[in-house]
Design a protein around this ligand. Sequence first.
Ligand code: SAM
Length: 280
Amino acid sequence: MTTIDPLPPLRDVIERHELSARKSLGQNFLLDLNLTAKIARQAGDLSQCDVLEIGPGPGGLTRGLLSEGARKVLAIEKDARCLPALDEIAQAYPNRLHVIEGDALGLDPLAHLTPPIRVASNLPYNVGTELLIRWLTPKQWPPYWQSLTLMFQREVAQRIVAEPGSKAYGRLALLAQWRCDARIVINLPPEAFSPPPKVSSAVVHLTALSEPRFPADFKTLERLVATAFNQRRKMLRSSLKSVSPDIEDHLRAAGLKSTERAEQIPLEGFCALAREVAKS
Ligand code: SAM
């Protein structure tokens, strides 16, 4: 018996189903169900929500989400070895867990979800950033999800919440903070996982804003940010030369100094510059 549900402890589940962790699948499992319930609570009140979970593995976070009252969990898992363990959870929570075997990068989960939708995952490190960028750049805003509660390597989490002037500040911070509130809610040492990864981890909670923090055309903003941070140590007048022959005029009109570097420019400045560039 565990503290959160009547199912067996995760160590027993992993042993019984022979779920030795595979590095190629980014498998570092959380075994402490009190911790997975704590992570689930960071996702907010789930009782009226469908929750999308990528990579449930043996089901530690899945059990946390269900015991914390998620209306339904849709879990996408690439490793077929985990399915029997997940089926036991589905039986303990009738009609509340739906598991799809497959690659989260190649599946569209929307057909299986009913709004309101939240995302909560201990992401596989090899596809975590790519999934986040997809969630942050949908065709339409607001997106289909209300919030993302995601475990990353701490270094990636710091890049998401980074402020101007810091080493971690760049494309990921600007992309995330333009249309979301983003904060680190839990820090975890390697020992929280089995097997322990080489680096520390952190859970980031992102809430979708109903509209962008500052107006800007997404494509123009994306191009400016990517180009500016591609040569982050250079002055903007030279790093952004390829964007427009009149870049110095645009920088002035946006209230920015052409001698500043990308990492000094706040989100508001990039948005103002995107508006000037889009005008021309
Ligand atoms: N959620 C579990 C936990 O917290 O203990 C496992 C997390 S583990 C870091 C990542 C999980 O994602 C593994 O179960 C792995 O098999 C799965 N995975 C890896 N790549 C995937 C992909 N492309 N699509 C879906 N699942 C994937």
